[in-house]
Design a protein around this ligand. Structure first.
Ligand code: AMP
Length: 409
């Protein structure tokens, strides 16, 4: 199967060729013809599967089927949970649409609204937005969504987790009823199905391998280690393996800051990205990481959502997530689009329950490897993990989706 066989037009094929893609990924093979056929789509796909091109390419083609007449209107709206993801999707629209005449923009909070208003006033065809800032524009009447022909909800499960459901409903209320809608989600919870039922019209279901957790391109390892020696082990692994680009996950923002400072002290350049960092700081950290100016990016789950870094070789779970699905999202950052990757989890005795939940979710036992010199002290007893306030009580039911709303990310 080639991109040409999927029926894509020449300007898109040229942009794809510039990217060096030789053949469509499974999600692209499935989703592109459906979108080109103007059908609604319910897609189960995660970051790393090529899903962004899976909806961006046919979206651009759909828009070019009816070239705009007169004034430029917003004809396509993409909703995403995070700023980073929004920025990356817009970058993809720009990349794949470079031989087409469409204008796109990205709207998210944490930056000034006025430049966004100016851009909208000049006219754009495609808007990529996070729900909160989009609602700001709607309430200030600085955006007109009455001409939207296509709505895409990306990472819908995460948007629900982050409590955006009411914002999404408000946006849906003002969109034209006659439109094409695509919903992408990594997981299909009851809430997602409810949302899908309420907004999709006879959707075609598209599903690629449930998760990267089962992808052969990711080697998963657990290193059992004492909590107090995790940092030492991390430094050891990075130095011994001469790793240059490592994404490290912590559970909390405070944990991310602390670890970043410690790694810097150990002579390993690191930066943290999390919800308390300004947009400028996050963008800078990601850029420097991509350019290999810093070796380690320490991130919390929500901040890392949607980060697009090609061929990321190493993902480390410095702390296991208390929500098992987050493990799958985290390790999905490595071994992307067929490249080999390693996901290591540093697991202390306090986290055994989390590990059990994760192995249940991914339906396999992760290989346990003891690193020489880091054998665990078996006399250390498990202590409850402080997830803060209510989170403490919720720790045990680690598959509860609700919990992720309360996390300190
Ligand atoms: P996504 O799942 O959309 O985040 O895409 C994951 C990565 O795969 C991105 O870095 C894309 O540039 C890359 N990618 C998308 N489509 C293809 C393709 N057909 N062949 C190779 N790489 C691709």
């Amino acid at each position: 199967m080639t991109f040409k066989e999927l029926g894509l037009i020449e300007p898109l094929l040229r942009a794809i060729k510039d990217q060096g893609y030789t053949k469509p990924t499974p999600i692209q093979q499935q989703a592109i013809p459906i979108v080109l056929n103007h059908n609604d789509v319910l897609a189960g796909a995660q970051t790393g599967t090529g899903k962004t091109a899976g909806f961006t390419l046919p979206l651009l083609q759909r828009l070019s089927e009816h070239p705009k007449k007169g004034k430029t209107h917003v004809r396509a709206l993409v909703l995403t949970p995070t700023r980073e993801l929004a920025a990356q999707i817009q970058e993809s629209i720009y990349t794949y649409g470079k031989y087409l005449p469409f204008k796109s923009t990205v709207l998210f909070g944490g930056v000034k609204i006025n430049p966004q208003i100016v851009t909208l006033r000049k006219g754009v065809d495609i808007v990529v937005a996070t729900p909160g800032r989009l609602l700001d524009h709607i309430s200030q009447k600085t955006i007109d969504l009455s001409h939207v022909e296509c709505l895409i909800l990306d990472e819908a499960d995460r948007m629900l987790d982050m409590g955006f459901i009411n914002d999404i409903k408000k946006v849906l209320n003002i969109l034209p009823k006659k439109r094409q809608t695509l919903l992408f989600s990594a997981t299909f919870s009851k809430d997602i199905k409810k949302l899908a039922d309420s907004l999709l019209d006879k959707p075609q279901l598209v599903e690629v391998a449930r998760s990267n957790a089962s992808a052969k391109s990711i080697k998963q390892i657990v290193h059992h280690v004492d909590k107090s020696r995790k940092r030492e082990l991390l430094t050891h692994l990075i130095n011994m393996g001469k790793w240059t680009q490592v994404l490290v996950f912590t559970r909390t923002k405070h944990g991310a800051n602390k670890l970043t400072a410690q790694l810097d002290k150990d002579g390993i350049s690191a930066a943290a990205i999390h919800g308390n960092k300004s947009q400028a700081a996050r963008t800078r950290a990601l850029k420097e990481f991509k350019q290999n100016k810093i070796r380690v990016l320490v991130a919390t789950d929500i901040a890392a959502r949607g980060i697009d870094i090609d061929q990321l070789p190493h993902v480390i779970n410095f702390e296991l997530p208390n929500v098992s699905e987050d493990y799958v999202h985290r390790i999905g950052r490595t071994g992307r689009a067929g490249n080999k990757g390693v996901a290591c989890s540093l697991v202390c005795v306090d986290e055994f329950e989390f590990l059990k939940d994760i192995e249940k979710l991914i339906k396999k036992n992760i290989e346990k490897v003891t690193v020489a010199g880091f054998a665990v002290d078996r006399s250390i007893k498990a202590e409850p993990i402080n997830l803060g306030g209510n989170r403490q009580k919720q720790q045990r039911s680690s598959n509860s989706r609700n919990r992720s709303r309360n996390r300190n990310k």
